[in-house]
Each structure stands twice: as structure tokens, then as C-alpha cells.
Write a protein that binds this ligand. Structure first.
Ligand code: GLN
Length: 321
């Protein structure tokens, strides 16, 4: 059998130069994608935007492109909502058990906003990284948290190291047009898997999706998951090592919806995507990664973002496998 080709770069390579190469290789993939416009304000995102950032544990930022351009995090907020829920319910005991009776931990193999599985599986979402699962997590946060809005924004601001803003236009637009999410919440409520009023759950969900980050901030924010649950910037423990591993495992298996298998195959790192075109990822014990390019593949993941993470992971042999 032929030997595997050697990686074309090492961890000591000039990372900024490598990221520029990766950008050149990955960016054309954007032409295959389409900017999401089912939330009207997202349709205005510039398909040419592109950024790729790698932030090390010591805070060193390497990056290329529109690193400081803000975008709504959309589904990437599901990682932080799950983190907050796990902080509140812990890893054992009846509250945690109840959470995992209400939402599964299996890949869905269906689009992120699909209703089909929910009907067949009696209102129990497959995992917390799809919309239905995130709505259940928000329902839990509404019970467990005095002010889940402040708590979510506070958690994100903490790991970013500065206050994060809300994109009010996206928030309004999504609240007005979130027909499928309303249908998901109603269907789950009909199976007794939502406790609060539908409007309250949707309002929190839309809020978390409208939180704004830049690519630089996003790569920084995920580092606690690469560092056994401790934010390397401050030394603050965000999650226990066990729970941190579990959130990363759910990202790997479910974070990119029905493309999660292909992401594991071609990137080999825990990833989470958002419909505004960002994807965050992490290299255990080394760095947080974020890519942003608005045009999406049919699976709802950024086409050039995925290509960029694939190129980077190949060239530096970052896969955890
Ligand atoms: N707010 C978006 C929605 O509910 C989030 C989906 C996503 O980013 N994949 O449709």
C-alpha cells in the first residue's frame, strides 16, 4: 500500500501565510452555494465576504479576510445555550436525566429545521444542535434561569472577552418569519415536550440566533471547549472536563446537521455551523477556529467555510482521528 502523503505544513509553519493559501484554495467553493434568504435580513449578506481565524490558547490570533466583520451567530448559539443548560443541570441527577429524556444525542440525518422526524419520534428532537432540540434547551433555560437572555449574552461575552451585541434587524425579521420554528415548537408542545408558552420559547431562540460575533471573536469564544472547559483567557471554568468533552462530541456528531458525517470525514474536528455562513471548530488543546462565508451548501453549511476547514485540517493534519 502506498504511504500517505506527508502534510504540507507543520504547526510551526507561518500560520498567516498558510491561512492565505487556504483562503485562495477554499474561496471559489462559495460559488457553489447560496446565501440564505428565508430570513430576509440574511439575504443581504455579501456573498463575497470571507474570513478564517485561528486563535491559540495563548490568545495569539492568526487570520485572513474580513475578520472583524460582524454576523449573527444563528445556530452556533446552540453550542452556548447547551453549555449554559449543562452548567445549570450538571452531568448527573434527575434534572440532567430529564433534559436527556427530552432531547436526544444522535445525529438527525435530516435538515436542521425538519418536522418529519419529530412527528415519528413523538416530539423528542434527535439532538440539541437542530432547531427543535435548541427550542427544548431554551424551554429548559426559561425554567432554570432567572434571566436566560442576560445569561446567554453574558456567557458569550465572557468567552469572547468583550460585550456582544444583538442584530435587532435579524431578530425582528426572524421573529416575523419563523414559521417552521413555530410549527416545531407547537408540535413538541402537543407531545408535552415544551412547558412554556410558544411565544416565550421562540422569543428566546430568536434572540440567541441574533447575537452578533466576528470571525475573530468566534474563534476565541470556542477555545474553552478545546481546553477541558476552562476559558484560557481568564482561567475561569465554564464547564467540567467531562461536560466540555460532551459538548464537543455533540458538535462533532450533530453540529453540521445531515452533513455531520461528511464533516467528520473531511475535516475531522468538532464543528458547528450557522445559517449566516459561519462555522466554528476546535483543535483540542491547541486552538479555536472559525470560518465565515455566507453562501451555503444545500445542507445549510457554508460551502467555502467547509472547504477552508478541510484545507486547513489537511495541511496541518489537525483531524482528531
Ligand atoms: N435562526 C435559524 C433558524 O431557525 C438558525 C438555523 C441555522 O443557523 N442553521 O432557522
Amino acid at each position: 500500500m502506498a504511504a500517505d502523503p506527508a502534510p504540507t505544513a507543520t504547526r510551526d509553519t507561518d500560520l498567516d501565510a498558510l491561512l492565505r493559501e487556504v483562503q485562495r484554495a477554499a474561496r471559489p467553493a462559495a460559488a457553489r452555494g447560496h446565501v440564505a434568504d428565508y430570513i430576509p435580513a440574511l439575504g443581504e449578506l455579501d456573498p463575497e465576504s470571507f474570513a478564517l481565524a485561528a486563535v491559540g490558547m495563548d490568545g495569539t490570533v492568526h487570520g485572513v479576510g474580513d475578520l472583524d466583520e460582524p454576523f449573527p451567530v444563528q445556530s452556533i448559539s446552540k453550542v452556548f445555550a447547551l453549555t449554559l443548560a449543562m452548567q445549570l443541570v450538571g452531568q448527573s441527577g434527575s434534572v440532567a436525566e430529564r433534559l436527556w429524556r427530552r432531547v436526544g444525542r444522535e445525529p438527525s440525518g435530516d435538515p436542521f429545521n425538519s418536522l418529519v422526524q419529530l412527528e415519528r419520534e413523538r416530539g423528542i428532537p434527535r439532538n440539541p444542535m437542530i432547531n427543535s432540540g435548541a427550542l427544548v434547551v431554551d424551554d429548559v433555560l426559561l425554567s432554570a434561569c432567572e434571566d436566560p437572555y442576560a445569561a446567554l449574552r453574558g456567557l458569550l461575552s465572557e468567552v469572547v472577552g468583550e460585550p456582544v451585541a444583538v442584530d435587532e434587524t435579524v431578530r425582528r425579521d426572524e421573529a416575523r418569519t419563523g414559521y417552521r420554528n413555530r410549527a416545531l415548537a407547537n408540535l413538541m408542545r402537543s407531545f408535552d415536550n415544551i412547558d412554556h408558552e410558544i411565544d416565550a420559547v421562540l422569543d428566546l431562540y430568536v434572540f440567541q440566533c441574533s447575537l452578533q460575533l466576528t470571525t475573530r471573536q468566534l474563534a476565541r469564544a470556542v477555545r474553552f471547549l478545546a481546553n477541558n472547559g476552562v476559558d484560557p483567557a481568564t482561567g475561569t471554568r465554564i464547564l467540567s472536563p467531562t461536560l466540555s468533552r460532551r459538548v464537543a462530541a455533540i458538535m462533532l456528531t450533530c453540529g453540521t446537521y445531515d452533513a455531520a458525517g461528511d464533516f467528520a470525514y473531511s475535516v475531522g474536528l468538532p464543528c458547528k455551523s450557522g445559517v449566516a455562513g459561519s462555522i466554528c471548530s476546535l483543535v483540542p488543546h491547541e486552538m479555536g477556529l472559525a470560518a465565515w462565508s455566507p453562501p451555503l451548501e444545500p445542507s445549510g453549511n457554508s460551502a467555502a467555510g467547509k472547504a477552508a476547514l478541510h484545507e486547513l485540517a489537511e495541511r496541518l493534519e489537525l483531524s482528531i482521528f
